[in-house]
Design a binder for this molecule. Structure first.
Ligand code: ADP
Ligand code: MG
Length: 209
């Protein structure tokens, strides 16, 4: 991920702060937007200090560390750990293609699951990240352009968020509500969609990682 891609994500998060806080107020403690903005601001500062060597690995590492060090809340540490795991599997020359995205999202999802012990359907950010990852698996990519795959992944992410409305939260604060969590989107799933939409917009325009 280039600094410009990260900047597109940061901008999207800053503009959705209130929306994310409002979602979290319904089934959590109302701070998800604030937590994400803290992470985005820290990431922006970290990127300003990155001089020169700006490949996807370095950018993801800088952003991951900034998020871990500056964001409280469950999503912050999970996103941060996921970003660092993604950075870990990239090499300096990584190109933007389906295989790379499958690897990046797999690394992030696996680390988030290792730490948070949540599965698909538990009403968390994984309900958006896992469908994105699955779109880029080799068996789904046959005969499709990268552009088509990005659109499919974005649609899968949107459907994943929509589905969280009908789910009972099994992890995080919302789990305390049990069935009362039904009817509301998961805030972490919503932020994951915001992040991925911003990346798709950037990638479609620039064709750069
Ligand atoms: P907190 O819940 O500590 O206030 P946030 O409000 O920033 O933190 O983040 C809440 C989001 O974190 C939830 O909407 C959910 O998507 C995600 N989350 C919480 N626990 C887990 C978990 N164990 N695994 C995956 N995601 C989780
Ligand atoms: Mg919260």
């Amino acid at each position: 991920m280039t600094r410009d891609a990260a900047t597109a994500v940061i901008k999207a998060i800053l503009s959705e702060k209130d929306f994310l806080n409002d979602l979290d107020a319904k089934i959590g403690d109302g701070d998800h937007g604030l937590n994400m903005v803290r992470g985005a601001t820290a990431a922006s500062d970290a990127l300003n200090e990155l001089n020169g060597d700006e490949n996807a690995k370095n950018v993801l590492q800088a952003v991951g560390n900034a998020v871990i060090m500056n964001v409280g809340g469950s999503a912050g540490s999970l996103y941060g750990a996921g970003l660092l795991a993604a950075a870990e599997i990239l090499d300096e020359n990584a190109v933007l293609d389906a295989k790379t995205l499958e690897n990046v999202f797999s690394a992030a999802v696996n680390e988030i699951q290792r730490r948070g012990q949540a599965n698909l359907g538990d009403k968390t950010l994984l309900d958006v990240l896992i469908p994105i990852r699955d779109t880029f698996k080799a068996e789904n990519c046959v005969g499709k352009s990268f552009e088509t795959l990005l659109t499919e992944a974005r649609d899968a992410a949107r459907d994943g968020l929509e589905l969280t409305k009908s789910l009972i939260a099994k992890k995080g604060r919302a789990a305390a509500l049990g069935k009362a969590s039904i009817g509301f989107e998961d805030p972490g799933a919503a932020s994951a969609l915001i992040i991925f939409r911003a990346l798709c917009g950037f990638w479609k325009d620039s064709r750069r990682f």
